[in-house]
Design a protein around this ligand. Structure first.
Ligand SMILES: [Fe+2]
Length: 138
């Protein structure tokens, strides 16, 4: 179970909530892994969560990018590139190999998403916090 830590809060409520929702979705995969460890077939559920993660991530990225655009954020392009690369990585996931090795696939996915998300929040998202807060974004 991945626990949310206050140190990842950037201080813009809407974005902090979205980040926590992403952690919640990653934890859905974690829960499925416990089933897989019991020998339960999690293929359909795993596929559904992967789709959910993809859709919510795109929604969240678009939300941030809209704000960058609105307030002429100086690192808009660099930040958007990181988002695009992540979406591409999720699109490129080899779902065909998922059925054969559900547990390993799920474990790899959790590891990848957790490290990406916290690196991105701690690195890139913290760079825009002052700008959004100064513009009164909540
Ligand atoms: Fe971001």
């Amino acid at each position: 179970m991945i626990l949310w830590d206050k140190k990842y809060e950037i201080g813009v409520r809407s974005i902090d909530e979205q980040h926590q929702n992403l952690v919640r979705l990653i934890n859905k995969v974690e829960l499925l892994l416990h089933d897989a460890e019991q020998g339960i077939d999690i293929y359909d559920d795993l596929l559904a969560v992967v789709t959910e993660i993809k859709e919510y991530t795109i929604y969240h990225f678009r939300y941030e990018e809209k704000l960058f655009h609105q307030f002429h954020y100086e690192f808009e392009e660099e930040h958007k590139k990181e988002h695009d690369d992540l979406i591409q990585a999720v699109e490129n996931l080899d779902l065909s190999g998922m059925d054969e090795n559900q547990l390993e696939f799920g474990k790899g996915l959790v590891k990848f998403l957790v490290s990406w998300l916290f690196r991105h929040i701690g690195g890139s998202d913290f760079l825009y916090r002052d700008m959004l807060i100064a513009n009164g974004v909540k």
